[in-house]
Ligand binder design. Sequence first.
Ligand code: GDP
Ligand code: MN
Length: 391
Amino acid sequence: MDIHEYQAKEILARFGVRVPRGGLAYSPEQAAYRSHEIGGNRWVVKAQVHSGGRGEAGGVKLCGSDSEIREYSSALFGRKLVTRQTGGAGKLIGRVYVEEALDIRQELYLGLVLDRTSERIMVVASAQGGMEIEELSEEHPDAILRMTIDPATGFLEFQARELAFGLGLQSGQVAEAAKIFRACYRAFRDLDVTMVEINPLVVTGDGHLVALDAKMSFDDNALFRHQEISELRDMSQENPVEARAADRGLSYVSLEGNIGCMINGAGLAMATMDMIKLKGGAPANFLDIGGGASPDRVLTAFRTVLADPKVEAILVNIFAGINRCDWIAEGVVQAFTKAEIKVPVVVRLSGTNVEQGKQILADSKLPIATADTLAEAAEKAVAAVAARQAA
Ligand code: GDP
Ligand code: MN
């Protein structure tokens, strides 16, 4: 789960990271009023959307008066911000964050991620902040420092200082930097975080280190033990079909093509999509119904796949181990009676109770195409789309 910048800053501040003074606003008037509460004479207004790259997309602006803040935020509210990370649809701006503007001497990069190779939290830092890490690793790969942390000892003071010195920070800033690095590590570990990024982490004119931006993502599977994090969810930032599926325990990924895929298991999903491509088609999405899918769950899965208007045919590919082909078949039949299916459906079943499953499909007399192999199923789905488009 992703959260907003202002939420990440509040969490990191609790762990000891210095952040700018700021206030959240839900309207242009509130944004203007925030500047009086914050004080000073220069403010930064920042669109709160779950994405980076807001600055270059016009979602961050330095303002010198409350009327300027009101005017700029009126243009933001209700609009969708399209950044290089959001895709063409963009993300709705429903909140803006107003902050005191800081005098910036230097911009650094700090990120913490899970490194799957070492199975440890990895701290990534660079003295070249401001630009995206992908860009940084292409243009200045030597300017990136990496350190993996041993979970048995945690992030030790001397390691944090070593990293700070590696960034070329002056002795006056090293202690503050080390405190921030370790605070991020503790937040990461304590809250089941999967990613923290402070870009930029700045050195201010008066020599302090401040998190000017903050991004955090959390492990969905651990949210049950962090209710206070779950509450930070903002559904306006999520793809509605993906969110709907996730809330029902289904993994769903939206893609660009026109064949909807219902599969059990991510590996089989990859193979199925490869096969569709090989046969000249393109998947619209894939939905992993997981193990032990009941007929009811299959019905929900159909509704989810059909919610995507791009879908012109559905390919069901089940290799039943824990699943049962008869339950899947029952679900498919129910879906026809309850889910208003107007597109061709191709079903390939294999594994546990496959004979019963095939019998249920045959007895239903419904227009369900069946296949014995994945290649045959993909071919039929691609042909069904072509026939529909020709008609
Ligand atoms: P992002 O584009 O979504 O990553 O948003 P950021 O929060 O990183 O803001 C983009 C850029 O705006 C930063 O890299 C800074 O250069 C600039 N910026 C943000 N806050 C301030 C501020 O308080 N003072 C100044 N001078 N620039 C700021
Ligand atoms: Mn940033």
